[in-house]
Structure formats: C-alpha cells, structure tokens
Design a protein around this ligand. Structure first.
Ligand code: SAM
Length: 601
C-alpha cells in the first residue's frame, strides 16, 4: 500500500471516530430536542434540502448511493424503539446477529447488514465503544456504510419529522440518556440494566442532587404543571451553616481578567507574584495556580480548544495529531481572536461546555484510565454515571440564546481541525440553546468583596451580560454553571447566599436565615441592597428592573409585596414569567401518557 493511500485510510478512520464522538454528544441532545427546535427545523427545511442535495452529489465512500442510504436511514429512523431495557437487549442481540448473518451472504447484502448493525447502535448506551468494536469485527465496506449512516444521522434531521418525536418519546424520567445495550467494555452497565436482581434505573431527581448535599429539587408549590422547580432543604439549618459545596460544570474568568493572567483560569484562585504556570502555546493567555489545575483544564477543554496535543489515545491517533497541527493552529487562532474581540463570557463558556462533553466521550475510549482522566470522569458524574452533562442542563429554564453562523463556524472549525468529524457535534441551533441555558443559569463568582475595576462595556443595560450574583455582576471575577444551585429561585429577602470563601470557583451555599427541613431555599440574583445614594423606592425599582430584564420575570417575593410601589412599572419590560423549559421536559413531567400520545407539532 502506498504511503499516500495509507494516509488517506488513516484520516478516513480518524474521521469516523470524530464523527462518532460527535454522534455520542449529539445522541444526548437530539433525543431531547424540544418543540421549538423542531419548529426551527421546519423553517430551515430549505437549508436541510440543500444540504441533502449537496450530499447526494458527493461520491459515497461505501459504494452505496447517497439517495439509497438516505432512504434507508429514514426508514430506520421511523421504526419504533423498544420500550424497556429487556426489550432493548433482545433488539440489540437480534440485530447484531442478523447483521453478522447478512455479512456472510456477501457484498449484495452489505447494506442490509449495515442497517442491522446501525439499528443495534441506536439502542446501545456507549455508541463510541460499540463502533470501535464494529471497526475491529465487521468487514470494512460494511463498517463504511455504518459510518455514513451515523454521519448523516448526526448532520441531517429526518425527512419525516415525526421520527424526532418518536425518538424523544422513548425517553422518560426513568430512562436517562444512556438507555440500552452492551459491549465488552460496558458489561457492568449492561448487567445492571438487564439483571432482574439489580436495581432499576433511578429517576433523575431521585439521584440528583446527591443526598450528601442536604437539598432536593421539588416542584414549585402552586404550579399545576409541575414544571417549575425549587430547591428544598432536607434538614434544618441555622444562619451561617454551610448547606452544601458545589463545583461548576464549566466556568470562565471575566474576559478582561482572563487576559491579565492574575487568576487561575481553572479554579479562579488569585495568583500571587510571578508564581503562575504559563503554558507556552496558550493564545488565550490562560495561567494556572498549580500543575493539577493545568492538567484538569487541559483534559476538560483546553487542549481541544487551544492546544495541539493529541485528542485521541495514542493507539487510535495514527499520526493524526501531527498531521492536524497547522490546521488546528489556524482555526484556534481565528477562534481566539473572536473570543477576545467579543469580550463576553458566553462564547467561551459554551465552547468549554461543548469541549467538555467531547472530552468525556473521548476519555471513555481510553483503554487504561489513569490519574486526572479518572478524576474527570468521576467529577462529571454528578448524580451517577447514568446521566450526562447535558442531562444537567436540559431541565433548566432558559430564554432563547443567540449564536451566529460565523461564531458556530469558528468553533466547528476548531473541533473539526482537532479531529475530523467532531465539527458535527455543534450546529447553530444547538449552540444557541447551550448559550441561552448557560447565560440564564450561570452564577457570578465573587470573593473577598469582589472587584471594583471592571471596565465599563459601554453597552446599554439590556445588552450587557449579567450573571446571577447578590454582589452585582460588576463585582464578579468570573462565572460558572452550578448544576444544583441553578435551581435556586430568587428572593429579595433570601434565605441563603452563594459564597466563594475558599478563594476559588467552588461555591458554598450559606444559610442567611434559619431554614427548616422542607422549606424552599432562595438566593438573590441581583444586588438587593439599598445603595447610599438611593431611596428605598429607587433601590426597589433598580432590582426589579434588573430581574425583569435579566431573568424575564416580575418579582413577587414577600419583600417586594410588602414594600410600597408607585404603581407604574410599565418600564420593567415584562408582565409575566417569560422563561421556558424544553418542551420534552414539559411533556415528561406532565405525564408519560400525554407525552407518548401527543401529536408531533
Ligand atoms: C435561573 S432560573 C431558576 C431555576 C428555576 N427555579 C426553575 O424552575 O427551573 C430563573 C427562573 O426561575 C423563575 N424564578 C426564579 N425566582 C423567581 C421568583 N422569585 N418569582 C418568580 N419566578 C422566579 C423564573 O422563571 C426565572 O425566570
């Protein structure tokens, strides 16, 4: 085999892996796709049609025509998925067995064989692991068809829109993102799903938040839909008690501080003197307070977004990391320029969220997991390994975010250059959802009284980024998404306060009033104090306007109701709660029956 041919084959194999990691990330997302997303898809039909047509014009690596492949994929997507773990196991076994028999019949049967393997993949909990097994065990032409089906499934929505609905309906509260079958590598997961003596899958809110955090998430009283959620104390607390401690899923320093290099980019610790660790290759100017923080940041997102080290384990890399360096440098450099020019937190926060999801999927591929990788996988399993990072944000309320086509492309280019195929894990719509969720639920990190030197953005209040913090966004040093604290509702007379007394991004929730077991825990999303230059009336107006414009609701807490208002609040900008949760969560929580019988929109 000439070296040119072998390089092409190697890159094709790596592309397949990148596509699969993207598929694993996308798998989480698509099955939970909300009604609005489907509506946008409909509007985008033309775009989709064009994409499909342009794909149809391309030569197929498998020898099967793109139209034939597309029709076969649509057919498989239309098929009902088995409802429970036992049925999924049976389905998986049947289709793998059928695939093997069809392969043995020769090339005429390669397409039906690939479709059988693809059906098995749809119910498998660790698609990346399974595809790696396929890569080793099924004939190459069949494997190529499986990969083409996977990549089309990731990049193009079904032409029969009902299939999105049907796949979503397979999910319910008892069925987490990973809801199916096995491999050698995940036999324990399989055993747990299928062993009649093993524990049944636990519902999300039974395992999240973990019991050790002393709180639970409950439906808000008086909310008939049970969609609004509150955080409730699971024991009594006195003022000053630490209710729980929590680390962020993702966090970023404020853009001006990130550039200064005075705070650790990973844990937000202030770095004294010149003791900072400064990675040579870092275009973003990240510094770290310790080698441990540097290693964690590298694994979670830094290497993928801003580094040049291999993304895959050495045995799968096949020299790809060397080949891809120039393209990675070019794409990262453009993306970094964009982040710096924007001077906002959300683009980097969302890029880190995407990168961390990908990093978790690639970490799972490592045959031997050691040190920081083991820690990373453990840290990401809040509420157990059944639930993914996306599970922790999908239930959160949000207002629509914005992600431009050019921003999406910059991020996709960075991902695709690192591992061809990875660019498929992000679309404009998906990035917008991530950004909306992160912007709406992130909490500002502020310790030792916070800063008073934040540059004026020069933007109108409506356009300024703001995070939830009782200190006011102007005093925060950075922001993070805290999966448990995200549920805390606002009160202008709160019962608790987020504290960062360790001088890092670790949040300690401190009781500010006596709290009894079973009572709701609240925090202030904004600075609710009365400033020296304000009358009580002016202070009230300021906080209510900030709440309405930042979090789209009109506060009716006890303090707001008890303090006098002049009656004219037409400039608040909202009349009622304008936030939303994903449609799929609404349906599940309203009852599985309605969910299953509801017609596609
Ligand atoms: C960041 S989310 C908090 C998560 C929220 N507890 C939930 O149900 O998912 C902010 C949203 O919670 C709701 N919320 C928070 N505090 C509230 C309050 N004091 N009054 C009414 N709605 C509130 C509003 O819908 C607001 O848009």
């Amino acid at each position: 085999m000439s070296s040119r041919v072998s390089t092409v084959l190697t890159v094709a194999g790596v592309t397949a892996l990148g596509g699969l990691v993207a598929y694993a990330v996308y798998f989480d997302y698509r099955r939970r796709t909300d009604g609005d997303f489907r509506k946008r898809l409909r509007k985008d039909k033309k775009k989709v049609k064009n994409a499909t047509q342009s794909q149809a014009g391309e030569a197929s690596a498998s020898g099967v025509g793109p139209e034939e492949l597309r029709a076969a994929l649509d057919k498989v997507r239309d098929e009902e998925l088995p409802p429970d773990p036992e049925a999924k196991e049976q389905y998986f076994m049947t289709h793998v067995g059928m695939g093997e028999q069809l392969c043995a019949q020769g090339p005429m049967f390669y397409l039906p064989a690939a479709l059988s393997f693809y059906r098995a993949l749809r119910v498998y909990p660790s698609p990346v692991e399974l595809i790696m097994i396929y890569q080793k065990t099924v004939p190459e032409p069949v494997f190529k068809i499986i990969m083409e089906l996977t990549q089309q499934d990731v990049s193009v929505p079904s032409s029969t829109e009902g299939s999105v609905q049907r796949e979503a309906s397979d999910e319910d509260e008892t069925s987490p993102t990973r809801s199916g079958p096995p491999s050698e590598a995940s036999s324990q997961e399989w055993d747990r799903l299928t062993d009649p003596g093993s524990q049944p899958m636990q519902r999300y809110y039974d395992v999240f938040p973990p019991k050790s955090m002393n709180v639970s998430v409950q439906p808000a009283p008086g909310d008939a839909s049970k969609v609004r959620k509150i955080l409730v104390a699971e024991k009594d607390f006195e003022p000053g008690d630490v209710i729980y401690k929590e680390r962020p899923i993702v966090a970023v320093l404020d853009p001006d501080l990130q550039a200064q290099g005075t705070y650790c980019s990973h844990c937000f610790r202030y770095i004294q003197g010149d003791s900072a660790i400064r990675p040579e290759s870092d275009r973003l100017g990240s510094v770290y307070c310790s080698e441990d923080c540097q290693a964690k940041a590298k694994i979670q997102s830094h290497n993928l977004l801003f580094g040049l080290d291999p993304v895959l384990p050495p045995e799968l890399d096949h020299g790809q990391s060397q080949l891809s360096k120039p393209a990675r440098e070019a794409a990262q450099s453009k993306f970094t320029d964009y982040i710096k020019k924007e001077g906002r937190s959300i683009p980097l926060l969302s890029a880190r969220f995407v990168a961390r999801q990908i990093a978790i999927e690639t970490a799972k591929m490592l045959p031997i997991k050691t040190g920081p990788v083991v820690e990373e996988l453990a840290e990401a399993s809040i509420g157990g390994t059944d639930y993914s990072l996306y599970d922790h944000i999908e239930r959160l309320r949000f207002v629509e975010g914005k992600a431009s086509e050019s921003e999406t492309k910059l991020l996709c280019d960075v991902l695709g250059a690192a591992l061809p195929g990875l660019e498929q894990s992000v679309t404009e719509e998906r990035l917008a959802t991530y950004q909306g969720k992160l912007a709406y639920n992130a909490i500002g990190v502020c310790y030792s009284g916070g800063r008073d030197d934040k540059p004026d953005s020069g933007k109108r209040p409506e356009e300024q980024e703001r995070m939830r913090t009782p200190h006011g966004t102007s005093r925060q040093i950075g922001s993070g998404l805290y999966p448990v604290s995200a549920y805390i509702t606002h009160s202008c007379a709160p019962s608790a306060s987020p504290s960062f007394s360790s001088g890092t991004s670790e949040l300690s929730l401190i009781a500010s009033k006596p709290i009894k077991k079973g009572e709701e825990i609240t925090m202030a999303y904004v600075d609710v104090s009365q400033h020296p230059d304000e009358t009580p009336e002016q202070a009230k107006r300021r906080r209510r306007i900030e709440l309405a414009r930042g979090w789209r609701f009109k506060c009716e807490c006890e303090r707001c109701l008890s303090e006098a208002t002049d009656g004219n609040e037409s400039d608040l900008g909202v009349e009622k709660d304008e936030s939303k949760v994903e449609d799929v969560v609404n349906r599940v929580e309203a009852g599985a029956e309605t969910y299953l019988t509801d017609k596609p929109q």
